[in-house]
Write a protein of this length. Structure first.
Length: 222
């Protein structure tokens, strides 16, 4: 994950604000940004993200034929954020697309019999992530996957004990904004009885990158 020194994973509180499009415009941050993208290319062969993230970076509008990747995308998308074109683009780009949703009218259903590599895992009300991860292992052979989602999903995974390692690239920025997404958002804790949801981390490595960037690796004792 890429974040600022104060933990922000976006540059603002609307979908038009985005680190991928905005950081290349900021002197002092753009010079070292390529280091994050280089590390991002080392993703596992299963990569989990949200439909909102793919919509923010423009997949709904892309009409080019993407370069095929040997990666299976697992996409959480309830709203939906992806339209039919976005789903088709992801299916063309991925080895396989596994769409996870509670939305019975999701555009992915129209393409399930199209590209031939689209699978849909549906849940009635809320996604049971413990069940989802079990199904990914049992039905699709997922033993290891990279999660690159937003703060709300990150909170679900961390608090649910579903993350073993965290890899963070810190950009030399202070962004601020109480409504701007952070690395981990989700519901705030309200009582001392909920402190068990806080996960201590074990620092595995600190790498000082060029242009004042840092790469931190933690293990998560679950």
């Amino acid at each position: 994950m890429l974040m600022s020194v104060d933990g922000k994973i976006s540059t603002g509180d609307t979908d038009v604000m985005d680190v991928d499009s905005d950081l290349p415009k900021i002197t002092g941050a753009k010079e070292g940004l390529h280091q994050y993208y280089n590390l991002e290319q080392q993703t596992d062969l299963f990569s989990l993200n949200s439909g909102r993230v793919f919509a923010k970076i423009g997949f709904n509008e892309r009409i080019d034929v993407p370069k095929k990747l040997p990666v299976t995308f697992i996409v959480i998308d309830n709203k939906p954020h992806l339209n039919e074109n976005g789903v088709r683009y992801l299916a063309q780009k991925a080895k396989q697309l596994i769409l996870v949703t509670t939305n019975v009218e999701h555009p992915a259903y129209a393409l399930k019999d199209g590209p031939g590599n689209v699978e849909i895992l549906s849940y009635e009300r809320d996604i049971d992530f413990q069940d989802l991860f079990s199904k990914l292992k049992e039905n699709f052979g997922v033993d290891k996957l990279t999660i690159q989602s937003g703060g709300t999903l990150n909170a679900e995974f961390i608090r649910g004990g579903l993350v073993d390692y965290i890899s963070i690239v810190i950009a030399p920025l202070m962004i601020g904004g109480k409504d701007t997404s952070t690395l981990m958002d989700g519901e705030s804790l309200h009582t001392p009885e909920e402190l068990f949801k806080i996960r201590p981390l074990k620092l595995e490595s600190v790498i000082k990158l060029d242009h004042s960037y840092l790469h931190l690796k933690y293990s998560v004792p679950n």
